[in-house]
Design a protein around this ligand. Structure first.
Ligand SMILES: Cc1cc2nc3c(=O)[nH]c(=O)nc-3n(C[C@H](O)[C@H](O)[C@H](O)COP(=O)(O)OP(=O)(O)OC[C@H]3O[C@@H](n4cnc5c(N)ncnc54)[C@H](O)[C@@H]3O)c2cc1C
Length: 433
């Protein structure tokens, strides 16, 4: 382990990062150190690493985006006026998949899936590492490697619950050609950091796509919500969608007997988001600033009645820009170039959260709680310029009691939770609808 790294906030092991509430749950440490680290579902926190004590090599710690994140340098042509709030922005489009099923089932306009289909069907890329609902218990997620349309379509839609796609990067290393990686901003940051340590991964990481993310609520947030709305027992749960099948679509839990309970996206997200873990609340990157491409909802406008879906697509690197242009030219995406100001117009809440991070980190330091190292995200400037006096004060003074109330001031051991399977492991149900 490098001397420089050992000094990052005094953290010496992945176990400590997780116990001190700094793990983002991406799974990259488990990819880099498979013999020492495995990911489990801690139902109150998220996908978290369990470490065989004394066997860590330090590679996981070096790549850990929970502990350290650094903004990428700006490529030529990046919009300098957007960099502090939104990272590198080379071009922005609004659009959707040209495949009607993908557009409808996709979370927004199915853009992430359309980009993966373009990569698999029109380039030398062989598949995508991403996540899907776990067939044997759809309240959980699992990492998967999809190499055809059927598998990609089965994994469409945002899952507002923990997932650790970077634990599956070995699929790319082992594959015959390069592939695409899809995940939340922290997942992509982990994959990019790992590619700097593992040349075999760097060779195979053909494209990275990040979905915008306000934070991933715990598994228990969903478990309790299904119970609250009178949904199926977990032992009977056959399918679970958080949204999609329209834009934004509905939360829908389906039981083994076919009975369903549905709630609006607004209500369901409004409830489950309250259980986002602490690390998501001090995240400086909610829009995938380190990816080649990031995709989110064009919330600057209200979805039209019955509209099948639309995505905001942001190119962050030259490689990402060329990929979007090629996916449009070869008919996988239908898009129109839009003014980059539609990013702030679509996500005002995400900017406020990013601007609050500086104050929240100050509050943690005042309490003697270890903080992550964030470089190049202009957090102090955003705190100074984007928050009014009340919000500035709240980001520090309001955080202090929350840290105690939520137990962030003390370490907490990672606990693997147990949820009953809803179907026998050997007879997986389909995750498509
Ligand atoms: C926890 C969470 C919070 C979000 N917050 C915001 C927000 O604040 N603002 C906003 O505009 N958009 C947010 N999104 C993203 C948004 O919901 C859409 O996912 C995004 O626009 C992509 O839509 P799409 O139709 O292109 O994706 P699709 O074509 O439907 O593909 C979605 C892809 O995302 C992957 N995926 C789904 N859930 C997860 C997960 N939990 N972790 C990792 N990968 C996953 C799937 O494997 C799939 O490949 C959030 C998503 C998640 C999961």
């Amino acid at each position: 382990m490098s001397a420089e790294f050992q000094s990052v906030r005094g953290m010496r092991s992945i176990e400590e990062v997780a116990e001190r509430h700094l793990c983002a749950g991406c799974g990259v440490c488990a990819f880099l150190e498979p013999a020492a680290i495995s990911m489990v579902d801690d139902l109150d926190r998220g996908r978290r690493p369990v470490v065989q004590r004394g066997s860590e090599s330090g590679l996981g710690l070096q790549a850990c985006p929970g502990l350290r994140l650094e903004q990428a340098s700006a490529p030529a042509g990046a919009d300098s006026s957007l960099r502090a709030g939104w990272g590198n922005v080379l071009a922005v489009w609004e659009g959707h998949s040209t495949d009607d099923e993908v557009r409808l089932k996709g979370s927004s306009g199915g853009a992430a899936t359309a980009l993966a289909l373009w990569a698999i069907e029109a380039t030398e890329m062989v598949g995508a590492v991403h996540i899907r609902a776990k067939p044997s218990q759809p309240v959980l997620n699992e990492t998967t490697f999809s190499s055809d349309r059927e598998a990609m379509v089965a994994a469409t839609g945002s899952r507002y619950s923990p997932a650790s796609p970077a634990d599956g990067l070995q699929h790319l290393v082992d594959s015959k050609g390069p592939g695409i990686f899809i995940g939340k901003p922290c997942d992509v940051a982990g994959a990019v950091a790992a590619s700097r340590l593992e040349p075999a991964l760097a060779e195979k990481l053909g494209l990275t796509v990040a979905i915008f993310c306000a934070g991933a609520p715990s598994t228990n947030a969903t478990v309790e919500y299904i119970e609250q709305i009178g949904g199926p027992l977990l032992s009977d749960l056959r399918r679970l969608r958080y949204r999609g099948n329209g834009w934004p679509g509905v939360f829908k839990a389906t039981g083994r007997d076919g009975s369903t309970v549905e709630r609006s996206y607004e209500e369901s997200w409004g409830v489950v988001q309250a259980k986002r873990p602490w690390r998501c609340r001090i995240c400086p990157d909610h829009t995938g600033e380190l990816a080649d491409i990031s995709v989110g909802d064009p919330w600057y406008r209200k979805p039209g009645e019955g509209e099948p879906g639309s995505s905001l697509i942001v190119a962050r690197t030259e490689r990402g820009k060329q990929a979007v242009e090629a996916a449009i030219a070869s008919g996988f995406l239908e898009c129109r170039a839009v003014d980059p100001s539609l990013i702030p117009a679509s996500q005002p809440g995400l900017l406020l959260v990013k601007a609050s991070v500086f104050g929240r980190l100050v509050a943690m330091s005042l309490q003697g709680i270890p903080t992550p190292l964030f470089k190049g995200f202009s957090l102090f400037r955003l705190w100074m310029t984007k928050l009014n006096i009340r919000r500035k004060a709240g980001s520090i003074l309001g955080t202090i009691p929350r840290l105690r109330r939520w137990g962030i001031h003390q370490p907490r051991r990672i606990k693997a939770g147990e949820l009953q399977s809803s179907v026998p492991e050997d007879k997986p149900s389909t995750t498509t609808q």
